[in-house]
Design a protein around this ligand. Structure first.
Ligand code: CA
Ligand code: CA
Length: 496
């Protein structure tokens, strides 16, 4: 990739905007109905829009784990959805997308949702002390985080190593058991909630919304859900302006579509789809503000801007927010089957756009690229050698990400769900093997339905993108070969 390994003084900035729970069909230029995304559509019209852009898992934590480490999350235990008191899942000193760029002289920051744990193994986060290890120990210079995910406690910002605005006289306690008999919860005080829960999500109440997990104290530190996006955009703009003279890497980790979907008042009711649609509108605004910030700082042509998602769509994910009722003819997963929690295409194939005017030719690409590939691809871009024992599944697809003519994406991709139960997708070209060791599929219909499925199924994505016609019987040799290849990828412990 020597043609894109630029000299030291013109290495491009990189901003990765990772949406949360955004499906393939949720954006205007990917076919959304009943809502508009003018900013993301403009980004696509000025860059490359991928039709085979993936995340590596269909839930938050494993995709984020793989995005940063360049290694499939399923290779490590406990990389599923992290609980509120999870210790740091990525050990200090691990080679990550951030550390690779930092070593190449980049300033690095993560602003937004973390959900990869904080604190020492077996200890977890010290909420009232130093929250480390965390992002700063794996290559980020700066972070402003929602520590877990907003349906889980606590609703506080982590600024570098500390909870922001924490009053020592009102310490923060976080746990998984009710702290006292009279502690109000979504069960005991359900009539006070401004957004009712539908399943789970009925423990500690903050801002009229009950969450997963319990917490007390830290009142001065608590944020309003409505203000999350504004804060992250403001902090990102500030950080971009501060570092406009040097190469930088910003991981902007949005939370918009994840439940509870409580957007700023100015976006409430802005679409016909209810809070889920309004969250997409707010996400689109964030992307617009980031592009504006690049323009204002003269960085548009010097910045590789990436838009992707951490998993496919989900409708009712624990709160009664009309996601089903107001869906209309909008199709969150587009032509695919399934969403969050599945290994069908809808779980991991998402909107995926790269933009760098003057460098990335405008177009649409069907090359297969994945969020797990940024580690190796950006390493190639900045001329950093990957250690042999790091980023074990990250492929250098820089040419494809840059939409260079003739450049290829990945040849194969393993897709996983939240992990542990043996559910995988394995795509090679137009063929897709689906493996469900427990012979059950979940949320294939975006309604959280469980249904029995065979352990293995084979689909042709070219003729059957919705994975409806199992060809195992008519293509037994191919089915067997893909099963063996997948097993080899597991046994080898790496695919790079
Ligand atoms: Ca997610
Ligand atoms: Ca669909």
């Amino acid at each position: 990739m020597s043609e894109t390994s630029a000299a030291d003084n013109d290495r491009p900035n990189v901003i990765v905007v990772m949406a949360d729970d955004l499906g393939y069909g949720d954006i205007g230029c990917y076919g959304a109905k009943g809502l508009e995304t003018p900013n993301i559509d403009r980004m696509a019209s000025e860059g490359c829009r991928f039709t085979s852009g993936y995340c590596s898992a269909s839930t938050c934590t494993p995709t984020r784990y793989s995005f940063l480490t360049g290694t499939y999350a399923f290779r490590f235990p406990n990389t599923g959805i992290a609980p509120p008191n999870s210790p740091a899942l990525i050990p200090a000193g691990t080679t990550t997308t951030a550390s690779i760029l930092k070593d190449a002289g980049y300033k690095t920051a993560v602003i937004g949702k973390w959900h990869l744990g904080l604190g020492e193994k077996n200890e977890g986060p010290d909420w009232n002390g130093d929250l480390k290890p965390g992002p700063l120990e794996i290559g980020f210079d700066h972070c402003i985080l929602l520590p877990t995910t907003n349906d889980r406690v606590p609703q506080v910002y982590v600024n570098d190593h500390n909870v922001e605005n924490l009053d020592p006289a009102d310490p923060l306690w976080v746990g998984n058991k009710k702290p006292s008999e009279d502690h109000p919860t979504g069960i005991t005080h359900r009539d006070t909630l401004k957004m009712d829960w539908s399943h789970g999500h009925n423990s500690t109440i903050h801002n009229g919304i009950s969450r997963i997990g319990f917490y007390t104290g830290g009142h001065a530190a608590r944020f309003r859900d409505e203000d999350l996006s504004d804060r992250w955009v403001a902090e990102s703009k500030k950080w971009i302006a501060q570092h406009k003279e040097e190469p930088f890497f910003l991981f902007f980790a949005s939370h918009d579509l994840h439940v509870p979907r409580v957007v700023h008042e100015r976006f409430q009711g802005s679409t016909k789809l209810g809070p889920r649609g309004d969250a997409i509108a707010e996400l689109d605004w964030c992307v617009g503000e980031l592009m504006k910030s690049l323009e204002e700082n003269g960085l548009t042509e010097k910045t590789m801007l990436v838009f992707c998602s951490d998993n496919g769509p989900v409708l009712d994910d624990g709160y009664k927010d009309d996601a089903n009722e107001k869906l209309g003819n909008h199709d969150p997963n587009g032509p695919y089957q399934g969403g969050k929690y599945t290994v069908y295409e809808g779980g991991t194939r998402t909107p995926f756009i790269t933009r760098m005017p003057g460098t990335i030719p405008v177009g649409v690409s069907d090359e297969m690229v994945c969020t797990i590939d940024f580690a190796a691809s950006l390493a190639a871009m900045v001329g950093q050698e990957l250690p042999n024992d790091a980023c074990l599944d990250s492929q250098n697809v820089l040419g494809a990400l840059m939409n260079q003519s003739g450049a290829s994406g990945r040849e194969h991709l393993v897709q996983q769900d939240n992990g542990k139960v043996g559910n995988y997708g394995y795509r090679v070209g137009d063929w897709k093997l689906v493996r469900h060791d427990q012979k059950k599929s979940y949320n294939f219909d975006l309604s959280m339905t469980r249904k029995p499925v065979p352990q293995f199924a084979l689909y042709n994505l070219e003729s059957d993108p919705a994975e409806q016609n199992d060809l195992s019987d008519s293509e037994p040799e191919r089915a067997k070969q893909l099963q063996q290849e997948l097993q080899k990828l597991f046994d080898a412990g790496r695919s790079r």
